[in-house]
Write a protein that binds this ligand. Structure first.
Ligand SMILES: Cc1ncc(COP(=O)(O)O)c(C=O)c1O
Length: 412
């Protein structure tokens, strides 16, 4: 660039086109040209029904629409409405809160805001966050924006089995180079693969982390990005791992990035919370103060309507049951769509990464761009990643699932 008006740290940002939106545009163009039924659009990260319509949980939508103006449009306190903060904690754990721990929450605009607060407040400038090698792109954007970097850990071995070996190696390496390490686990229902860490995976990695922090100068902050937790299975089974977060030393902090985007189909309304879990009351107090200050300095307060909805829902078991029931129907629908793909993939011998739930399934590919292009020639639009191609089963009508695995195999 010849001339830049921007400050040195900001130069050159945002020049690469967004990969997902570029494919989405081509998919929309194809739909306009050939008709909706002729195009498989596997790019959208939101729930669409089998008629191809955007899904808003009607119980949620109705609740927003009858909310008083003041609750809907007024400011919320910077940290969040107190009842919302408790509701976010209760909703995140749903009875699986670890024993002898302290918790606090700070309202954030979705999971994104929570990840931002963790990267900014628990890493020094120039430090690296440790994220999976199959990752949601914004982790890197958020790190870059805040003058932090990322290191990746391999999630799967050569046979596509989940492994913790590389997380351990990379945690050790980062701790040798920096005092603070933030490690991100996007589970259950990882984007883009759909993998969910088991309770055994969690026990193993937490035990390992404990061995790494005997020097009090060294600190590990775990971010559990739980954006897809309600699209994997029963809330009890998927949240059981949270009980393992007890009994950790004060220099291991667990944070949960809770998002209302998917669970309440409120993507654009921007609500969630970062929740801290620690054996130390002081660490949790510092978290609440520091993150609240961050919120004030970055986006001010969160969306009050969403906070009110969650707070009211957690006080009203009937309302919660209604929303849970409606959400479960869509969660089952997504799992059913994925099952068709998984079954056919087995039949045609197509390798895929282990899917347990969530919005996406991923097929590894040596040349993802070329594979995506071949599929596009057949009006199948997918997102090419670095090492595979991603299908948004959340948005694909069930009747379009059949045959996709075979076509993917042929394209490969
Ligand atoms: C892996 C992952 N984490 C977090 C989020 C957070 O989204 P939001 O900020 O809307 O809660 C998303 C949304 O797409 C995601 O895919």
């Amino acid at each position: 660039m010849e001339f830049s008006m921007m400050a040195s740290h900001a130069r050159g940002k945002g020049t690469k086109p967004d990969a997902v939106f570029a494919v989405l545009k081509r998919a929309n163009d194809a739909m306009a040209k050939y008709g909706k039924e002729k195009v498989v659009n596997a790019t959208i990260g939101a729930i669409y029904d089998d008629d191809g319509k955007f899904v808003a949980l009607s119980s949620v939508s109705e609740y927003y629409r009858k909310m008083a103006d003041e609750e809907m449009m007024s400011y919320a306190p910077i940290a969040g409405i107190p009842e919302f903060l408790q509701a976010a904690i209760d909703y995140a754990f749903q009875g699986n809160q670890p024993e002898n721990t302290y918790t606090a929450a700070v309202a954030t605009p979705g999971g994104t805001g929570g990840i931002r607060h963790a990267f900014y407040n628990y890493l020094e400038q120039g430090d690296k966050a440790l994220i999976p090698d199959w990752f949601w792109g914004p982790y890197k954007t958020i790190a870059d924006e805040h003058l932090r970097g990322v290191e990746t850990y391999k999630m799967f071995d050569e046979d596509y089995n989940f492994t913790l070996e590389d997380v351990k190696v990379k945690t050790g390496e980062l701790l040798a180079a920096q005092d603070n390490v933030v490690v991100v686990f996007n589970t259950p229902g990882h984007n883009p693969t759909g993998y969910s860490m088991t309770d055994e995976n969690w026990s193993e990695i937490l035990e390992f982390f404990k061995t790494q922090v005997s020097d009090k100068q060294k600190k590990i902050t775990v971010v559990v990005d739980m954006a897809y937790i309600d699209f994997v299975g029963s809330s009890q089974k998927t949240r059981n791992f949270m009980k393992l977060f007890g009994g950790l030393p004060e220099n291991i902090l667990i944070t949960l990035a809770f998002s209302m985007s998917k669970s309440f189909t409120s993507y654009g309304m921007r609500s969630g919370a970062l929740i801290a879990v620690s054996s130390s009351a002081e660490v949790v107090r510092e978290f609440a103060n520091g993150c609240q200050f961050s919120s004030r300095g970055v986006w001010s307060n969160g969306t009050r309507a969403c906070q009110r909805l969650l707070a009211d829902m957690m006080k009203d078991p009937q309302l919660k049951a209604k929303m849970d029931k409606e959400r479960e129907q869509y969660s089952s629908l997504i799992l059913k769509r994925a099952d068709i793909f998984i079954k056919e993939a087995q039949e045609v011998g197509l390798k895929m990464l282990p899917y347990h739930g969530g919005f996406f399934i991923t097929v590894p590919a040596a040349d993802p761009k070329a594979t995506a292009e071949k599929l596009e020639a057949d009006n199948i639009f997918v997102v090419p990643l670095k090492k595979g191609i991603r299908f948004a089963v959340c948005a694909l009508p069930t009747q379009q699932m059949s045959g996709l695995a075979a076509k993917t195999k042929a394209a490969l």
